[in-house]
Design a protein around this ligand. Structure first.
Ligand code: GBH
Length: 504
């Protein structure tokens, strides 16, 4: 059986037996027995109920209320898909789909209204306890993200993730989560996409609206890595080394393809990979640990050149390096799209910034088919390449794809989404069966339409459409829901859906 299957059955015993009965033997396009299918959401994007039942204010509440003009159509997550009230309905949808697991995130401010663990909001704890109980009753494994971007505002008032103490405050929050949910929850994800919330949040437009990707983003990344290491160690210590549960981190990794076959472009693409994923992956998943050497070298050199007395990229201590290295049971991978990399035209100009430090021009091919997001183009072969790159670079870690999906406009007839899922799952199958990448689960983003951050409700990722005009936020199955359900139930790609083409 080997380690792979041990981990799979530890992740969720329930589907392991269910599964075998469903494997279609004839078709070539089938996932291995035990492979798990799920869907994902995140608290701020679906829950709503922003100021009820004792919940405290978080940075997305504050940001969307103070700067409505920055968000598409002045929208916010005050009500969102109302999952705080419609959660039973949501579990019903999961049942209908027949998925093995549901990945959702816990709202820190719902559990700890001030961010600190001195005051626990029992109503918040009960909300997630009820959800988890209902999931288990329906044989759906809960996969819990501890942090999907909604930091309690009082902690942001102390500097948020740029404050070194955040690593300990996160540890305190994690302790409360383990005290309350460890047991029924067998799979934990510490952070969702530190690249996104550190770079776009502390160095860009997302909440909390930081000003500098050349300073704040690196401080954020530094403290997130330290926090992750501490929580991993705590989890292992609590379980005395005999834990049946798994804990990991989710990183967003697009594929970066060299723009041409030139040596310069190949080098630039690799530098971009190291900056965008290596920043978090190298300290955790590489054998040597610490920041990627190319990042250290480039940021140190830039900082010197800019006359700073020290590097803008902080140093991890030897103890921290040791603690962070290997702090994973699996890599959670969010993958949506692919970019091209080539050397930046003018890498030496301007303010200190992440882009300037990286020195790589990132583009996309205009003829790659588009979603309705500016950044998301459909490039399934990039999925297979990133999986192979991870395998090679980090010694073939166990992977769960924790997000993959496409945004479209409203409407329940969504053949483009069916086509996207089909083509990306084919690429994933090749990576598993032909390239021996160790992927043991796939998660579609998202179960339902939700608040798409700065793009408000204009981009819909759901297998189920949400009617934002109706008081109950009525959910309606899309074509893609029935398609995905067929896959979740058979572990195989159905032949009859093949052949949709994606056009603009
Ligand atoms: C994920 O991020 C998030 O985890 C999830 O919450 C979100 O709903 C989902 O994707 C769909 O977007 O506008 O050109 O500046 C995916 C990674 C990083 C993709 C930031 C969009 C902004 C590009 N995201 N990026 S741009």
């Amino acid at each position: 059986m080997g380690e792979f299957w041990k981990i799979v059955s530890a992740f969720c015993v329930c589907w392991y037996s269910v599964n075998a009965a469903h494997v279609a033997e004839k078709s070539g396009a089938c996932f291995p027995p035990g492979f798990a299918f799920g869907v994902a959401t995140a608290s701020y994007q679906v829950e709503g109920a922003w100021n009820v039942s004792g919940k405290g204010e978080n940075i997305w509440d504050r940001y969307t209320h103070e700067h409505p003009e920055r968000v598409f159509d002045h929208q916010n997550g005050d009500v969102a898909a109302d999952s705080y009230h419609q959660w039973k309905e949501d579990v019903g949808l999961l049942k209908q789909l027949g998925v093995n697991f549901y990945r959702f995130s816990i709202s820190w401010s719902r559990i700890l209204p001030t961010g600190f663990s001195n005051e626990i909001n029992e109503e918040g704890v009960k909300y997630y306890q009820d959800l988890i109980t209902e999931l288990k009753r329906n044989h759906i494994a809960p996969v819990v993200t501890m942090y999907h971007w909604d930091l309690p505002q009082p902690l942001q008032d102390l500097g948020g993730w740029t404050n070194p103490m955040m690593a300990d405050y996160f540890l305190d929050y994690a302790t409360v989560l383990f005290d309350n949910f460890d047991g029924p929850v067998k799979m934990w994800i510490t952070f969702n996409e530190p690249l996104s919330f550190c770079h776009d949040g502390y160095g860009g437009d997302d909440a909390p609206g930081g000003r500098s990707s050349g300073f704040e983003a690196y401080l954020c990344g530094h403290n997130v890595l330290r926090a992750h290491g501490k929580v991993y160690t705590l989890y292992r210590a609590r379980k005395n080394g005999t834990s049946k549960g798994l804990i990991g981190i989710t990183l967003d990794m697009s594929w970066i393809e060299p723009e041409t076959t030139s040596k310069e472009d190949k080098q630039a693409a690799e530098t971009a990979r190291q900056f965008m994923f290596g920043w978090f992956a190298h300290p955790i998943f590489s054998a040597e640990g610490d920041y990627p050497p190319i990042m250290r070298k480039r940021i140190d050199a830039k900082s010197r050149h800019q006359n700073f007395a020290r590097s803008r990229l902080p140093h991890l201590t030897p103890d921290e390096i040791r603690n962070i290295r290997g702090s994973f049971d699996f890599l959670g991978l969010n993958h949506y799209t692919t970019y091209l990399g080539s050397p930046a035209d003018n890498p030496d100009s301007g303010e200190p910034s992440f882009a300037d430090d990286m020195g790589v021009r990132i583009t996309q091919k205009p003829d790659w088919p588009r979603s309705n997001s500016t950044w998301l183009r459909v490039v399934p072969w990039g999925f297979r390449r990133i999986l192979n790159w991870i395998k090679k670079t980090y010694n073939n870690p166990q992977i769960v794809v924790t997000e993959n999906g496409i945004s479209l406009g409203p409407g329940v007839h969504d053949p483009k989404r069916v086509n996207y899922i089909e083509s990306y799952l084919r690429a994933l199958l090749d990576a598993i069966l032909k390239d021996k990448c160790r992927v043991f689960g796939y998660t579609y983003w998202s179960l339902i339409d939700n608040f798409e951050w700065m793009r408000g409700y204009s981009e819909r990722f759901g297998l189920y459409e949400v009617d934002y005009e109706s008081p109950n936020r009525t959910r309606t199955a899309r074509l893609s829901a029935s398609y995905y359900s067929q896959i979740a139930n058979t572990r195989c790609l159905p032949d009859n859906y093949v052949g949709y083409t994606i056009t603009d």
